[in-house]
Design a protein around this ligand. Structure first.
Ligand code: ZN
Ligand code: ZN
Length: 416
């Protein structure tokens, strides 16, 4: 077996800073805490640096699971048909057990967003459904914020070629590395200090929105006239927050959003996507959907419509919203002008909504609510959580109070 390709175009100094940000800002890994990490095999240099910094921070045991794109493709090309209804439930059960025992979770993103674009969409959907089902016990611990968790990205060559198709591979990797470093705020002498300042700004925005207690948000722009009712007792979050295990962490690196829980039954109108959605190797573009009573009753896309409709048929909650998030059009990621084909970046370039599962932490006293109470307050549940972008420099957003009064929240994509 060959070693993964050498990654000379990735600056080792800033890569080391990214590893430090992942461990000390993203996770705030605690002394003695175990860490479960997943990574594409191309991200080996970053996974090793994170492992080093994790142990230097006092980690108990770091366990990393690598994914290999060639191995994934081999399954789609050669595995028997029954394989696509199966998943590694034993592995996910083990992960859920590790989290229940206090382990933190870190994912290195950077997979080729188009890996499965040439494969049978029915197999992709079946494999994904089986995977989502098997992963649920582990995902719930993450979605419910039981533990500190973090996602950072590595400039995988296959991803870099997608973002910079006209460049040679090493140039594309270097450009993507630079974009990741800038967005992850490791371009400065004191990345940890830069993150503290950024977190303070996001906390100010969410505090203002929490003070307003809007009943709904109204989005208006090209192809969009959408009222998103907010869940009863919703709470806005952004930046670092405290997991149920008491650790303050920054789950997403980068992050520019403030977000909360919509009411699963109170979304009305139509909305158009403003960036393509890269989902399981398929690009879904120009999404146009119509909501009635919180449910998507009509869905179109100029590309990937079949995949979109399969996603919506995952379960009842897949047609309803679990998140609404506000991001100014001038965010550094948006200002880069790049389409990353990666939700972690693209969702932080624009206001977005997510189909599917809500975050229980986006409720007042969310940690003490039962699933039944969350549902009664309008929280959605589903096997999926898929963010897609609806913001742009042409979107206006009003906050709508319970008495119908309106307050400008964003004008032409910027905070009003
Ligand atoms: Zn979001
Ligand atoms: Zn989301």
């Amino acid at each position: 077996m060959n070693a993964p390709p050498a990654s000379a175009p990735v600056d080792p100094v800033r890569l080391d800073k990214l590893a430090q940000v992942a461990v000390h800002v993203g996770l705030q890994l605690q002394k003695g805490q175990d860490l479960v990490m997943t990574a594409p095999i191309a991200a080996l240099p970053l996974a090793r640096l994170i492992t080093k910094h994790a142990y230097m921070a006092g980690a108990g045991l770091v366990s990393t699971f690598y994914a290999d794109e060639e191995a994934t493709l081999a399954r789609y090309r050669h595995a028997p048909d029954e394989s696509f209804d199966r998943a590694t439930d034993w592995l996910y059960e083990g992960m859920a057990k590790a989290y229940a025992n206090g382990a933190a979770r870190l994912a290195i993103a950077g997979d080729n967003p188009m890996l499965l674009s040439g494969e049978d969409p029915a197999k992709v959907a079946r494999a994904n459904k089986a995977n989502s089902k098997a992963y649920k016990p582990a995902l719930e611990k993450i979605a419910n914020f039981d533990i500190n968790w973090n996602i950072v990205s590595y400039p995988n060559p296959s991803w870099a070629k997608q973002v910079f198709p006209n460049d040679a591979e090493d140039v594309a990797v270097e450009k993507l590395a630079n974009a990741i470093f800038a967005a992850s705020r490791v371009d400065c002498d004191d990345p940890v200090g830069a993150w503290q300042a950024h977190n303070a700004g996001l906390h100010r925005r969410s505090a203002w929105l929490n003070g307003q207690r809007f009943a709904a948000l109204h989005f208006k722009g090209p192809g969009t006239d959408l009222t998103v009712g907010l869940a009863d007792g919703h709470e806005w979050h952004g930046g670092a927050s405290v997991a149920k295990n008491g650790v303050t962490c920054n789950p997403n690196i980068p992050t520019e959003e403030v977000f909360t829980t919509p009411h699963a039954l109170r979304v009305e109108g139509h909305v158009a996507s403003t960036k393509p959605l890269s989902h399981l190797g398929t690009l879904i573009d120009d999404i146009r959907v119509r909501f009635e009573g919180g449910r998507i009753v009509e869905a179109h896309a100029s590309r990937g419509e079949a995949v979109l409709n399969k996603v919506l048929d995952t379960d009842e909650g897949a047609r309803r919203l679990g998140e609404v998030a506000l991001v100014p059009h001038s965010s550094p990621i948006s200002a880069s002008g790049l389409l990353f084909y990666n939700t972690l970046f693209d969702e932080n370039a624009a206001c977005h909504i997510a189909l599917g599962q809500c975050y229980s932490k986006c409720f007042l006293d969310g940690a003490s609510l039962t699933p039944e109470q969350i549902k009664a307050q309008g929280g959605n549940s589903s096997l999926i959580h898929i963010d897609w972008m609806i913001g742009s420099g042409q979107i206006d957003i009003d906050g709508v109070a319970a008495d119908g009064g309106r307050v400008p929240v964003m004008r032409a994509g910027e905070w009003a």
